[in-house]
Design a protein around this ligand. Structure first.
Ligand code: SF4
Length: 332
């Protein structure tokens, strides 16, 4: 009998889905992914999660609710640290515990700990622990991970070529043609934020598609070369110890200094403690270099009309500056 492993289409899904899907498949399990975020997932997440949590964590609860009666296991890793001397968001660290205390009748949780703050070798024990839920065979588990990891590298290469992760996942799942954002469109904007805020089309109201429909090129932090991003993140006065923070600061500083973008849209979830610091750092750097910056904050009450108006005003302002003012602001 093949086991069913549920993977919620939320939070770290956009970073790691191909890796874990391939891993569990190689071990003989069937992977079941929750639906794209929709109204009922959002509502069920909001009603089962504590009020104080940020929107993405509430949405994650909704995805777990959707999967829990359909699978034998549900994969909710405890992401403590994914890089040496760095940490994830505190809400990631306590996610399995939070879910177990908020949602009843869960299937068995594969709540393995990913803690690489001292050494990458720790990943071996994490992989073995996760694999043992499906197979007792250690050789099979290690082989499955090696195969999964090579698939994951291909997924990352697609993103580095300018394919946004949601398109890269589609290509990965069904071998469809890549849609890249590297073409000759008039404007190029950088969308900055945590991957689930950038790529969850329901919570951000299809922001990327809206910008594409206006003929705008999009780049996101995941597309920026890791070495360049790491270099620029090291230029701030204090070492960034959040992995997401390093990626967001490094990639946006790189684009600001290379002057290869016309503006930055930062998408943040209301109540995100990490963003309260990152937004200020990115905004100041953009301002110093005269790069237009705007912030979109989303929560469960955000209305689409408000988002549309903000985007239209921002894009119009950039176009006017580019044509009429040679990038000098009206106020000098
Ligand atoms: S980084 Fe921010 S948005 Fe993401 S889970 Fe943590 S608090 Fe929520």
């Amino acid at each position: 009998m093949s086991y069913k492993v549920g993977i919620p289409q939320s939070l770290f899904f956009y970073d790691y889905y191909p890796l874990w899907k391939e891993f569990f498949n190689e071990l003989g399990a069937e992977v079941v992914v929750s639906s794209k975020t929709n109204k009922s997932i959002l509502n069920s997440g909001v009603s089962s999660c504590v009020d104080e949590a940020c929107l993405p964590v509430k949405v994650y609860h909704g995805h777990v609710n959707e999967l829990k009666d359909k699978v034998d296991y549900i994969f909710i890793p405890k992401l403590i640290s994914i890089h040496k001397r760095e940490y994830g968001c505190p809400k990631y660290l306590g996610l399995p515990e939070m879910i177990k205390h908020s949602i009843y009748d869960l299937p068995i949780c594969i709540d393995v700990k990913v803690d690489l703050k001292k050494s990458n070798f720790k990943m071996v024990s994490t992989v073995v622990e996760a694999g043992k839920y499906i197979s007792p065979n250690l050789i099979k588990i290690k082989k499955a991970y090696n195969i999964a990891y090579s698939h994951y590298q291909n997924y990352k290469k697609l993103i580095n070529k300018g394919v946004i992760p949601i398109e890269a996942i589609k290509i990965y799942n069904s071998a469809t043609k890549a849609i890249t954002t590297t073409n000759n469109k008039e404007l190029k904007l950088m969308l900055v934020g945590h991957p689930y805020n950038l790529y969850d089309e329901y919570t951000n109201m299809s922001l990327i598609k809206k910008l594409w429909s206006k003929g705008i090129n999009i780049i996101t932090p995941e597309m920026i070369d890791k070495d360049k991003s790491n270099y620029y993140s090291s230029t701030i006065s204090k070492r960034m110890f959040w992995s997401f923070g390093r990626r967001i600061i490094g990639s946006s500083f790189y684009s600001i200094h290379e002057k290869n973008i016309d503006g930055i849209i930062y998408i943040s979830a209301f109540g995100c403690g990490i963003d309260s610091i990152l937004i200020d750092i990115v905004q100041r750097e953009a301002r110093k270099s005269g790069i237009p910056f705007t912030l979109l904050t989303i929560d469960e009450h955000t209305g689409e009309a408000g988002i549309n108006t903000r985007i239209e005003a921002f894009v119009d302002m950039i176009k006017r500056r580019k044509i009429n003012e040679n990038y000098i602001s009206t106020h000098g």
